[in-house]
Design a protein around this ligand. Sequence first.
Ligand SMILES: [Zn+2]
Length: 248
Amino acid sequence: MICFGIMEYIKVKGIVCKITEYKESDKILTVLTYEKGKIQIVAKGVRKKGAALTHASRLFYCGQFECVCQNNMPILTGATMIQDFFGLTNRIETLYYASHFIDLCSYFIQEEQPSQDIMSLLLNSLYLLMRNESDPMLLTAIIQFRLSAIEGAAPITDFCVECNKPLDDGCSFCFSLENDGVTCCNRGISISHSVFRAINQICNADSSKIYFLSIPKTDLTVIYDLSCKYIEKIAGKHFEILDRIQEL
Ligand SMILES: [Zn+2]
């Protein structure tokens, strides 16, 4: 973070994704924000009893952060909660999924870059996860495929990635991880038409409509596994929390 002048104030909206203890009683908060992407904020004295900003120096705290910049570092001066996400820590399974969502978005959100689309996707997904009404595996598939689309790397779903013919409902489909999309040529992982339609909707529908999809139980593990393999290919990275989720 570059701040000019002696006093510069910033106001950002975001969620605390990582906490590092610093000096005797401070914390460094890594915050994913709409306005400035990933930033670090020093929360001074918050490990002391009764410190004023302790409430904001917690993992999953989601709010508006007010800071003053000193020596190129934002120092927290005030915080107002926007959404209470602490319910995410009530169950170990939910906590793991939430940590994975944060981990994923934290990987793709850059420093100093506005991140409206990813932030909305993250906060909406965390909210639905906390409500415990949607299947967490489906939410994971949604966030992972949508993230690939936001990154400009959505899987191809309008023509066959092998023979280039338009895909129509008469064919049976496979997903080719090698060629980043759906194929009618029987190569890759076999998928049902409902998985095909779901991937298409997640990647291409208006952001307000991506959570409204129903998928048969038998297809849930298929779309979940595919989304995990696909996002790891896009990221070029293995997300370790996925292993722990599998072990639950
Ligand atoms: Zn084909």
